[in-house]
Design a protein around this ligand. Structure first.
Ligand SMILES: *Cc1c(COP(=O)(O)O)cnc(C)c1O
Length: 493
């Protein structure tokens, strides 16, 4: 082949060459004409490769810069491996794989068939339609985030959210920050920095993702004073620990674990008079953000934020995206004087939330405000409220849609779900699952394929079967889940 051979001709030459064969024979494509004995340098030059039909096809489907980068990476890898031969077919297959991986979004949609409603690994609470709409509207253009439209000058940032939270919880004031970890940090820094904070030894918990109460107290500039024992703390323990440097008492919802058996702890209603007498701020990290009576919708009972306010907590902190069912946020409600201190603390500026989340949060809280009882339009609440008859019907529908014939045994079975997000940890919620026992592959392999699907589907494996709990699948997601399973099993679609 002469030096003037066009890309097309060269390509035909590569195709004639079977993969694995020595490349050294078609020397004219290499970038430099020197040193052809070094096999690893005998790779085609980029500008030549770019003219091939395979490259042109990729360039038609992907941005040029990305195609070039992926091809460069492909060549670099061949060079690294000191590949003795070049095979166009496998090279471009590799480039196509790279492009696919590069262009797949990091954050992908997941169908949650775990039965765990607030699943931290799966992004916690899905938003209500109303919240999504508000978020999209706020994101499109400008909003009056810090602008008083009536007065025509600068205004407050989270006024609407504050008003709603005050009405829903009965607190005097409220504010929103990035997440509950931030809310706890700000609360401690705002009212107790430089002083001592008393916490029961039974509540010095770690809440996952390295949120540890002793660490957060230290980071907030307070000194931790532990009282009581792991299983028992009494009012007198708190009273004895109060000294001139004491500034606050912190109660922590143990969230993801329970101390059971021979136990005692002191409630907010008992602590409030003690705190008041000594001029201390009583803070509760409530965690889940339960705003309505959960037992009323048939879910395990969980203390509400309003009950903590009524019991005399000065500041209550909680997440926006756990049982509250909104976007990620940390909320603080409580007495106006204390919340005011947090609002004016320099950390508030670093921890505050953006317009998108404020929009979603406001819309979510509006659903609570306007609901007669629990707002079932908030997906987390709606899922917790689904009764067993509804779940049975959903599971039967999913099992019917699967239609796997002889490839698997499929049955509808009782299942156990959880609220998740650190709420009601020991309270299983009866649910229904579709159990799939594939006969053509191990259940693990089916689960793996489902995780890599689009959308991904995540269930549980139990005794060699894949369980798809329907409590956390919305009605419209059932056909998608069925399609995902059929595709992963290699069924005709
Ligand atoms: C979940 C939780 C936190 C952490 O909240 P994030 O919103 O994840 O930052 C802190 N305290 C308690 C009691 C919790 O349950």
């Amino acid at each position: 082949m002469g030096t003037g051979a066009g890309p097309r001709l060269l390509w035909m030459h590569w195709q004639r060459q079977r993969c694995g064969e020595e490349w050294a024979g078609s020397m004219d494509i290499t970038a430099s004409g020197e040193d052809r004995r070094s096999a690893r340098r005998d790779l085609p030059a980029m500008h030549r490769l770019l003219g091939t039909p395979e490259a042109l096809a990729l360039l038609g489907a992907h941005p040029r810069a990305l195609v070039v980068r992926c091809m460069r990476e492909g060549l670099a890898e061949l060079r690294r491996r000191e590949a003795a031969s070049f095979c166009g077919e496998s090279f471009f297959a590799g480039v196509a794989d790279r492009l696919r991986a590069e262009r797949t979004p990091g954050l992908r949609r997941v169908l949650n068939a775990t039965g765990i409603v607030v699943h931290t690994n799966l992004g916690r609470a899905p938003l209500a339609v109303e919240a999504v709409t508000a978020l999209v509207e706020a994101s499109r253009g400008y909003v009056n985030l810090e602008y008083d439209l009536e007065a025509g000058r600068r205004g407050g940032r989270d006024g609407a959210v504050e008003g709603l939270l005050r009405r829903i919880t009965g607190a005097q004031a409220a504010l929103a920050v990035n997440n509950n970890a931030a809310a706890v940090l700000l609360a401690l820094a705002g009212v107790a920095a430089g002083g001592e904070v008393i916490v029961s030894r039974g509540e010095l918990v770690e809440i996952g993702g390295s949120f540890r109460i002793p660490d957060i107290i230290e980071e907030s500039g307070c000194r931790l004073v532990e009282v009581g024992t792991t299983n028992k703390t009494r009012l007198a323990d708190y009273a004895h620990a109060i000294g001139p440097a004491t500034k606050a008492i912190l109660k922590v919802h143990p969230s993801n674990y329970r101390i059971v058996g021979f136990t005692a702890s002191v409630g907010l209603a008992e602590l409030a008079p003690l705190a008041r007498r000594h001029g201390l701020v009583l803070i509760e990290d409530q965690g889940s953000g339960t705003l309505v009576d959960m037992a009323g919708i048939g879910a395990p009972a969980e203390p509400t934020v309003g009950a903590s306010v009524a019991a005399g907590a000065d500041l209550v902190t909680f997440s926006g995206d756990k049982l509250l069912g909104g976007p990620q946020a940390g909320l603080v409600v409580g007495r106006a004087a204390e919340v005011g201190k947090l609002r004016h603390h320099p950390l508030y500026r670093a921890l505050r939330v953006d317009k998108l989340r404020l929009a979603a949060l406001e819309a979510t809280l509006r659903l609570y405000d306007e609901a007669d009882g629990a707002p079932l339009a908030v997906p987390a609440i709606g899922m917790l409220a689904r009764d067993e008859a509804t779940l049975e019907r959903a599971a039967a529908r999913l099992a019917g849609l699967l239609d796997l014939g002889r490839q698997a045994t499929v049955s509808v079975e009782p299942s156990v779900g959880y609220a998740g997000g650190g709420a009601m940890p020991e309270a299983p919620i009866p649910s229904r699952a579709v159990a799939v026992q594939p006969l053509t592959m191990p259940a693990d392999e089916l689960a793996r394929r489902l995780r890599l699907g689009e959308p991904a589907l995540v269930g549980r494996i139990a005794r060699g079967r894949l369980l798809l709990d329907v409590r956390t699948l919305q009605e419209a997601e059932l056909p998608e889940a069925a399609r995902a399973v059929r595709e992963a099993m290699g069924c005709a679609m």
